[in-house]
Ligand binder design. Sequence first.
Ligand code: S3P
Length: 178
Amino acid sequence: MQNDRNLVNLALIGFMGTGKTSVGHLVAEHLNFEFLDTDELIQTATGRTIADIFAQDGEPAFRALEHRVVQELAGRRQTLISTGGGLPANQANLASLKNHSLVVCLWASPEKIWERVCHQTHRPLLHDPDPRAKIRELLAVREPYYKQADVLVNTDLRTLREVAHQVAHQYRLARSDH
Ligand code: S3P
């Protein structure tokens, strides 16, 4: 990692169902950081649900809102930023996060992701006749972006607490290197 990086925040990226929100809350507690979630920020700013934005305005409109939220995060300090699964699949979003955050990707295999999301209904991208194929397809497209994270943590065989400890540890290490 470059030595001149500014690591005042920690951003969690990764596919749907990798545990960003749950892990994010635990890590924020460990580090005494404020917790923010980009989907929640969008919902608060628009007064609408993500599902509604996708259904009424389409995915490009949602991605534009996501991009605006990322830009607004640039002034944050001591914040744990949990991001929507598709947010880093935009090089400008990733670059913006890297200006102020250690970017940590939570990784999971398509099988684990399916196990975790199959009983949930709130994600419009998984309302598909073949959601398992959709997961594999989206993961393949996004993998090159996820792998640009500063740290990759595999969540397949770890509990949420173990993942959170690992993420907080990596953040402390990165800070002490600077
Ligand atoms: C999306 C992931 C969702 C949400 C939206 C789109 C994606 O967030 O932003 O439904 O493109 O992967 P989570 O990753 O928190 O489920």
